[in-house]
Design a protein around this ligand. Structure first.
Ligand code: HSE
Length: 437
């Protein structure tokens, strides 16, 4: 290792990797002054898949390699930055770096949500930190907030919008009336969506982030198989329109909440949020996380949740932290998980109000038939909505919306199963939660 710089091995030179190189290029001297360090942060090797791909001018071709092991093992490399994504090779890179005592900076939420327990155990054994601010909400320092700034609080709830791509798509579908595919293409061309946007739109990118936040706040390992995740792929313009008419907007929302018996509610789905709630105004690629701590009360964190520069901003901050840990031989901070056993609230026991849209064959008694089943299950109706088509007021097939009072999701499912057997109901009902935030 040089005596004037910490060598960085950058695994991955896509959108965020390029952003890190550019940020260090642009602000390197300033970062060094502000961090009060004698040592520079210097990218010394870059792992890529394709040596011949054209890259930004700040990416020096001489630093490129396709050999991950030689990058991690290089004695000139003091800190390893993992930005390749996925849970296979990324795991090998991070595990190898930790084993060699090299601090890791990663933006890989899937890796930490799926295999964090193994990696944090390695981190502990080798007394070497993993920093992952870039893994959740891009440029918003939400990891440091939960882990450090709010360490004196019992976290009662965290609710938020933590996938910029979905948020962008929902907004464009709502405002510009684009279809899902066109809005997704726009998000990709702006660099918000992952190279493979599947996890962005099926909810799992946000779910991985929610798992990390919940694990930080509540300290027990949460398996992705245990949580309830619904993405935005099935959101239809008709429901966005009904939401608008009823005073709501549709947002892909992460809800994490501690219940009185210590059970943790953790769910991720497109929900109706009142137009007047501050989260309803979070648009485009922006993310926002509302954190409620028993001491601090309600706080809101807002900023760009995806894209080259905001995410690189979080990586660079972690690089400074990693350099500090090397300079001062800071001990490992055990945090993920810290050992407490915890319990997730089964999704059937989580309660909210609901919007339910039925596709029905209209005839006298339809509303009463549906309402009867709801009443049998002791589910209250707060409103109904069924706009008449002025050009065809006698239409045989109509969309009929029921707004329901809060009840456990499991109870609603039971009622809907029974309603599905009514011969006036033509297809599976569409359900959105109405959040009371
Ligand atoms: N593609 C993600 C998003 C950013 O749209 O929020 C990285 O998780």
């Amino acid at each position: 290792m040089s005596s004037t710089s910490y060598g960085i091995g950058l695994a991955g030179c896509g959108t965020v990797g390029t952003g890190v190189i550019r940020a260090l290029h642009r602000n390197g001297a300033l970062i060094q002054q502000r961090s009060g360090s004698e040592m520079q942060l210097e990218v010394k090797r870059i792992l890529v898949r394709d040596l011949d791909k054209s890259r930004h001018e700040t990416v020096a071709p001489a630093l490129l390699t396709t050999d991950w092991q030689s990058l991690v093992d290089d004695p000139e490399i003091a800190i390893v930055v993992e930005l390749i994504g996925g849970t296979g090779l990324a795991y090998d890179i991070v595990a190898r770096a930790l084993t060699l005592g090299k601090p890791v900076v990663t933006g890989n939420k899937a890796l930490l949500a799926e295999r964090g327990t193994e990696l944090f155990a390695l981190s502990k054994i080798h007394n070497t930190p993993i920093h992952f601010e870039a893994a959740v909400a891009g440029g918003i320092p939400i990891i440091k907030t939960v882990q450090e700034a709010f360490i004196g609080n019992r976290i009662k709830a965290m609710c938020g919008i933590i996938n910029g791509t979905s948020n962008y798509i929902l907004q464009r579908m709502s405002e510009a009336r684009l279809d899902f595919a066109t809005a997704l293409q726009e998000a990709q061309s702006l660099g918000y969506a992952e190279a493979d946007p599947t996890l962005d739109v099926n909810g799992w990118d946000a779910a991985h982030k929610a798992i990390l936040l919940a694990t930080l706040a509540y300290g027990f390992p949460i398996s992705p198989t245990e949580i309830h995740v619904v993405g935005i792929e099935q959101v239809k313009p008709i429901d966005i329109d009904f939401a608008k008419q009823l005073g709501y907007v549709v947002k892909l929302l992460a809800v994490i909440r501690e219940h009185d018996d210590d059970a943790i509610e953790l769910r991720l789905q497109p929900s109706f949020v009142s137009k007047s709630h501050i989260l309803a105004s979070v648009n485009g690629v922006f993310n926002a996380v509302a954190v409620n701590g028993d001491g601090v009360g309600e706080s809101l964190f807002y900023g760009r949740g995806a894209g080259e520069d905001p995410t690189a901003s979080a990586v660079v901050a972690d690089l400074v932290e990693a350099a500090r840990s090397l300079a001062h031989e800071l001990p490992h901070r055990g945090f993920l998980p810290w050992g407490k056993q915890g319990r997730l609230l089964p999704i059937e026991e989580t309660s909210t109000a609901y919007y339910v849209r039925f596709d029905v064959t209209d005839r006298p008694g339809v509303v009463a038939e549906i309402a009867t089943v709801l009443a049998e299950h002791r589910i209250g109706i707060s409103g109904t909505h069924s706009p008449v088509n002025p050009e065809n007021p006698d239409a045989a097939f109509v969309d009929m919306v029921f707004l329901l009072h809060s009840c456990p999701f499991g109870l609603l499912q039971k009622a809907l199963q029974k309603i599905a057997h009514l011969d006036c109901v033509n297809s599976a009902p569409v359900v959105f939660r109405i959040e009371q935030l």
